[in-house]
Design a binder for this molecule. Structure first.
Ligand code: F6R
Length: 242
């Protein structure tokens, strides 16, 4: 595990974007595992800048997002598809048909999960998977549980997760109760994992995830077993590490 701590958000975002860009520079048909949420916004901004500066092109790359809410259309402002379009895809040259986000509006959600896993398998291994972490240790929407699923599946969102995500909705009631998420197995199969965490409110879970026991009670603790884990933290998020 390689943990890097930054004293400015700009430097952290630059490091994250630099790592993603370097993978695509070395392998133009790279398969990128992407995440949404507040954490990667600045990284995507930097990545768009690198594209605009002619430093990297995504025309041969493909992408798979970790998750999507169930029952929210891709055109809904809070859907993860909409987020990805706004923050990244609309501003770079990635081919739209090579960007994948689970379809939370699928009539048959189980079939959608299988379809998503097949699409990942067909694309080959993810070259890198970008991850944030929830306050309860979730990655993707793999919430703490007695058992974790390996493949893409439907999850009931934990109350803590719904409360954390309510900031994007008019009322907490509007936050979806279910999501489709890539499973732990798909995440762990990526060649490299890039975990990014910002803020004091995540300091305790960062300590548990990276230095605590490996347990399904804290899904992110499983990342400790990955052979190529890079962690980017701001000083606040890293403040409880021993
Ligand atoms: C997002 C995702 C989630 C978030 C996590 C942290 O695609 O899978 O696991 O990474 O909830 O969210 P933020 O960055 O908003 O604190």
């Amino acid at each position: 595990m390689n943990i890097l701590t930054f004293n400015s958000e700009d430097k952290l975002n630059e490091a994250g974007a630099g790592l993603l860009a370097s993978i695509v520079q070395k392998k133009p048909d790279a398969v990128l595992g992407l995440a949404t949420g507040g954490t990667p916004v600045g990284i995507y901004e930097q990545l768009v800048k690198k594209y605009n500066d002619g430093f990297v092109s995504f025309k041969g790359a493909s992408s798979f997002n970790l998750d999507e809410y169930v029952g929210i259309a891709p055109t809904h402002e809070q859907s993860y598809r909409y987020y990805m379009q706004q923050h990244l895809f609309n501003h770079i040259d990635i081919k739209p048909e090579r960007t994948h986000v689970p379809n939370g509006m699928a009539e048959d959600l189980q079939a959608e999960c299988l379809r998503y896993d097949e699409a990942i398998a067909e694309a080959g291994q993810l070259d890198i998977q970008l991850l944030g972490i929830g306050h309860n240790g979730h990655i993707g929407f793999n919430e703490p549980a007695e058992e974790l699923s390996s493949g893409t599946h439907i999850v009931e969102l934990a109350e803590k997760t719904r409360q954390a995500n309510a900031r994007y909705f008019a009322t907490e009631e509007e936050v979806p109760r279910q999501a489709i998420t890539m499973g732990i197995g798909s995440i762990m199969k990526a060649k490299m994992l890039l975990l990014v965490v910002k803020g004091e409110d995540k300091a305790e879970i960062v300590q548990r995830a990276l230095q605590g026991p490996i347990t399904t009670d804290c899904p992110a603790s499983l990342l400790q077993t990955h052979p190529n884990l890079v962690v980017l933290l701001d000083e606040a998020a890293g403040s409880k590490l021993q």
